[in-house]
Design a protein. Structure first.
Length: 304
């Protein structure tokens, strides 16, 4: 038996990388599959038109500080996985069925949060998200069928549950690609604190700033949004929106806030806090001062 394992291991070492490469290649083809846009466009319009009101920001996870969807999916995934484990435990049919039901029901709010985030992504992310959602719909369908038949046909119910878990696993793999390879839901402004040296940095004469108008300035390789108030107060934020890198200096300034022109995220100028999503991470804020020669200088808070 040991000899057989040793003889098969070189083959396994060759097959596994090839399979992994094929999976990644398939996902890259999905990203570039423009045919999916025919489905994505009307779906995006429908999701954005949902009368969610303040619930929309809750589903985005604005108060949480990061997307809510990854948090919510833990419940159905945990319940479904536990139900499949219990399927191998004698006499555990009833608690397994309860867990299938819990997982199926809790998948619905997780899906709603996911769709709400999905409708505010770029084209490539939306295409991947469609396939991710399709796998999860398959999981919900199979687990729902499993719950329905377990009382009468337990073996069929267990098989449907195993199939549902496989679909959920595929959906999770695609979701990981969406989050970590494509960066959906990630804070696009997180790198700013690593790119700006400590200390004060000049960004130009304050007299050239039109009061109330968002202005674009560069601090090395970091783009800045600079706004001079009517009272002479100057605010500076990282210019690239933390949601999807939209240029805030191309947005509107009103009531002490700036609105991203891409997806409508709103940030408070005084501290960069998120006032309205879909952004969940605040904008990096810079302290400002006016030098004796009238030049505006900025620095990151606490950066010396």
């Amino acid at each position: 038996m040991t000899t057989a394992l040793k003889s098969s291991s070189p083959t396994a070492r060759r097959v596994a990388p090839r399979l992994w490469s094929q999976c990644l290649g398939a996902l890259e083809r999905v990203e570039n599959a423009e045919a999916l846009d025919r489905v994505a466009a009307p779906l995006r319009k429908a999701v954005r038109a949902l009368p969610l009101g303040p619930l929309r920001d809750v589903l985005h996870g604005r108060r949480l500080g990061h997307p809510l969807h990854p948090v919510l999916v833990q419940v159905p995934m945990g319940a479904w996985l536990s139900s499949v484990v219990l399927d191998f435990v004698p006499g555990a049919g009833r608690p397994a069925r309860v867990l299938v039901g819990v997982g199926t029901l809790t998948a619905l709010p997780a899906a709603l949060a996911g769709w709400t985030d999905w409708a505010q992504q770029g084209e490539r992310e939306m295409r991947t998200g469609l396939v991710h959602a399709a796998a999860n719909v398959g999981a919900v369908t199979l687990f729902g069928a499993s719950f329905a038949v377990r009382g009468r046909r337990p073996v069929a119910g267990r098989c449907l549950g195993a199939g549902g878990l496989a679909c959920a696993g595929v959906g999770g793999f695609i979701g990981g690609h969406l989050a970590y390879r494509q960066g959906a839901g990630a804070n696009k402004a997180a790198s700013v604190v690593h790119l700006v040296e400590p200390g004060w940095h000049p960004v130009g004469p304050v007299a050239r700033l039109t009061p109330g108008k968002p202005e674009h300035r560069m601090l090395g390789e970091v783009p800045l949004l600079v706004v001079r108030g009517e009272d002479g107060t100057v605010h500076a934020l990282a210019d690239r929106c933390s949601h999807l890198s939209g240029s805030l200096s191309s947005g509107d300034v009103h009531d002490g806030c700036v609105t991203c022109p891409w997806h409508g995220s709103e940030f408070r100028l005084s501290d960069g806090a998120v006032v309205r999503g879909p952004a969940t991470a605040p904008q990096p804020r810079f302290e400002t001062r006016i030098e004796p020669d009238g030049v505006l200088a900025v620095r990151l808070p606490g950066a010396g």
